[in-house]
Design a protein around this ligand. Sequence first.
Ligand code: HEC
Length: 154
Amino acid sequence: MADHPEHSEPNFIPLVVGSFIFVGFAIALAYYIVGQTAKPEDPAAVNARIRPVAQLEIAAAGAAAAGARTGEQLFQAACTACHSTGAAGAPKVGDKAAWAPRLGQGLKALVASATKGKNAMPPKGGVGDATEAELTRAIVYMANKSGASFPEPK
Ligand code: HEC
């Protein structure tokens, strides 16, 4: 006296079909959203977007040429490689303890020593075309972040 199969077992077919449809919609929706947000970029649009930054950088590099670099510009261009990381045993900018004995020599001696080079420090910090004024500004920039208060050179 078994029941009719349709009464003894729940019928999963509509449920299964329904979930396939649901998943199908979900995938279609996901593709739609991704398509909206991640369209391949038009190179012209990309160029237009980055152009102001590129121009600014060229302008900054131009202004930084010909002995006219500020202390910060020269520092960022060259000195930071060692003096921000401590590479080659360089005194790090901001490390007052490392700079204190060096600052004691005075600015003139620091400029002279940086110009000549010292141990792992190459002459002029590796910037062959740096002028004395530029080096002085870069040293004042570093030193004043490391416990000194040298007057800002012109
Ligand atoms: C290749 C790594 C390197 C670069 C690049 C570098 N320095 Fe140095 N610098 C050193 C090291 C190492 C010392 C410590 C030398 C020592 O006392 O043995 C030093 C020391 C100095 C000192 C202290 C000198 C003294 O008499 O105690 C000054 C000033 C200085 N650097 C300025 C600069 C400036 C300005 C620049 C960028 C134009 C620069 N350095 C770039 C490695 C570097």
